[in-house]
Design a protein around this ligand. Structure first.
Ligand SMILES: [Zn+2]
Length: 421
């Protein structure tokens, strides 16, 4: 079977605007968004008025910094402040297409637009092509990932197997029988599939037919990428986004950073002041998404990175985000899910036997592992705890019960011991 060319081509003209056109494009999109959001979103109006920012003041991209940043964590509280998700939405909830819920809890609205989450260009850049058969291993339940990544594949003319996570043997079986060409999921789950496949005696290059993989939700080390690309003989590219805004950036064939989406304006800001930093400096990723339904303006993601404006050999002219070098706060992204200490605390509060707890995150072999330590003298409600934990946090931890006084006196709720090469 001859392979498709997955290395060439650009999907949208907006990806190749020259510098002048791009400035104008951003300015126009932002001006329109600010006007609309101020008019129809109660929360935006409140926020602009409080900061004495009038939309007329927005003349150049530089003026955006006068709008206070919105921390992702604030969404939890803002959304509970009244109808239309606390006035963040510009239309009624009943007019939407879907409403998801991700940990926080934060509601993630989805409107009817064809490329609502903005991943289509990114999937094309990653190498997905018409006629691909793609297995999506992200969760379809409540959180948006599964359905979010179906959208670009539908737009590109690919068939999707909505596999969701887990059932590894069945997943391998489907891949083999249907000659699946594309994988969408976390890199660590693909590694898990590789390990299970090898244990079953499969030759990953001959018995399976994967040619392209899109991964996100976890840090991808080059070592992990090389290993998986070799094992399956495929091209692996990653994307970066959140459940609130969808696509923020995506890699092209040249894998030298994440091209910023045409639907986003990204600033790198000082995490405390929200003031944009100089080119190349590391700071918090602050994103304004061109989304009139749910206008998140200057949303601070909590992820740290930098922007690279040098040209890319692929021809796309959008600036690129570098590596995500860390998180601003203690919130950790584990197996693609944000884990908030206060949410873990809520789970623990239902078990009076638990005196103290701590989460430890490691990544042996590049795969995230979460261990939950609890201090208790006699604890018999393990199953109940794991069930509740999974329901709330969406991840199943390894549970370790230790005697009171075992954990050090001063502990961080989430101890991130992951190492990236
Ligand atoms: Zn490129």
């Amino acid at each position: 079977m001859t392979r498709k060319d997955r290395t060439e081509g650009i999907l949208s003209r907006k990806e190749v605007l020259d510098a002048g056109e791009r400035q104008k494009y951003y300015q126009l999109q932002l001006k329109e968004l600010l006007n609309y959001a101020y008019r129809y979103s109660e929360d935006v109006k409140k926020r602009f008025d409080r900061a004495q920012f009038s939309v007329e003041k927005f003349k150049t991209l530089n003026d955006l910094k006068h709008i206070p940043i919105l921390k992702k964590k604030e969404l939890i509280f803002l959304q509970s402040m009244g109808p239309r998700l606390g006035g963040l939405l510009t239309k009624d909830i009943g007019e939407l297409h879907r409403i998801f819920m991700s940990p926080g809890p934060i509601f993630d609205p989805e409107d009817h637009d064809e490329n609502y989450w903005g991943w289509t260009e990114g999937f094309y850049a990653a190498g997905f092509r018409r006629g691909d058969i793609v297995q999506i291993t992200f969760n379809y339940h409540l959180t948006p990932a599964g359905l979010m990544f179906e959208e670009p594949l539908r737009n590109l003319g690919c068939a999707v197997i909505p596999a969701g996570p887990g059932n590894t043997n069945t997943q391998l079986d489907i891949m083999q029988k249907l000659r699946v060409t594309g994988y969408v999921g976390t890199p660590s789950y693909l590694m898990h599939l590789a390990q299970k496949g090898e244990e079953k005696g499969l030759n990953l290059r001959k018995d399976l037919f994967l040619e392209v993989a899109f991964v996100t939700g976890e840090k991808l080390s080059e070592r992990m990428r090389n290993k998986l690309e070799k094992k399956f003989d495929l091209i692996m590219r990653q994307g970066y986004g959140t459940a609130d805004v969808g696509c923020i950036g995506y890699e092209c064939f040249h894998k030298n950073g994440l091209h910023i989406s045409n639907k986003a304006y990204v600033e790198i800001c000082h995490p405390d002041t929200g003031i944009p930093l100089k080119e190349g400096e590391v700071g918090e990723i602050v994103v304004t998404i061109f989304n009139k339904t749910y206008p998140l303006i200057r949303l601070a993601t909590g992820d740290l990175s930098y922007i690279d404006y040098s040209p890319c050999p692929c021809g796309r002219t959008s600036p690129r985000l570098g590596n995500i070098v860390g998180r601003v706060d203690t919130t950790a992204r584990i197996k693609g899910m944000f884990v908030y200490p206060h949410q873990v605390e809520q789970v623990m509060a239902s078990f009076e036997e638990i005196k103290r707890w701590q989460i430890e995150v490691t990544n042996p072999g590049g795969i995230d592992e979460m261990t939950l330590y609890i201090e208790a003298t006699s604890f018999r409600r393990e199953a109940e705890l794991l069930h509740l934990f999974r329901e709330k946090i969406k991840i199943r931890p390894v549970l370790k019960i230790v005697a009171p006084g075992t954990l050090p006196p001063k502990i961080k709720p989430i101890e991130d011991k992951r190492r990236w090469d």
